[in-house]
Design a protein around this ligand. Sequence first.
Ligand code: MD3
Ligand code: FE
Length: 210
Amino acid sequence: MHLFEPLKKLEILKDVYLLSEFVTPFENQLLNDLHVVIQTAPLRQMMTPSGFPMSVTTVNCGQLGWISDKKGYRYSSVDPLSNKPWPAMPESFKQLAQHAASTAGFADFEADACLINCYQPNTKMGLHQDKDEQDFTQPIVSVSLGVPAMFQIGGFKRSDKALKLPLYHGDVLVWGGESRLRFHGVLPIKAAVHPAFGERRINLTFRKAG
Ligand code: MD3
Ligand code: FE
């Protein structure tokens, strides 16, 4: 017997949507494909322009990948570790991102970049804006996997008060429109264990970068 569950869709702020457990129907294929991607191109610590290693480890898949080094933040079509193109974006990734965006009301989203961030206990990401993309009319889709995280969603100045939002394995957050340039970050990850991911949290961030 099929039990049809209602879609859990919550508008947290104008143009910021939380789709709880949205990953579930894609999960098996998505985790297989994620495994292949990170075997093909390794997670590594990028260096900030100021010369410190980022606390997350990072890799990309798709036509473009977000990179950071002493020259700054930007998108590149090649992995600087290998000088080869990033792994292709798996179909399961594209479908999940497009379906999440359309569910949140953003039609025809076609991600050309997927940034994969890996967090260990105590890893954090400070408040920042995503502004390295060409077209801010396009939304961003963020997929949370593994142990929980406490997100911070701020305003349009770094000093604006941020709200805290817990995100769990399988949650998808979509934001665009008036919220596209909000400051956001991730508080230090609390030690916990997820059956498939151990102590790690992996976030997939889908963007139309080019
Ligand atoms: C913006 N990564 O890599 S997006 C990044 O969990 C990054 O690794 C996050 O920020 C991560 O640039 C995922 C976080 C996010 C969440 C909610 C927002 C950004 C937001 C709400 C409004 C605007
Ligand atoms: Fe960001």
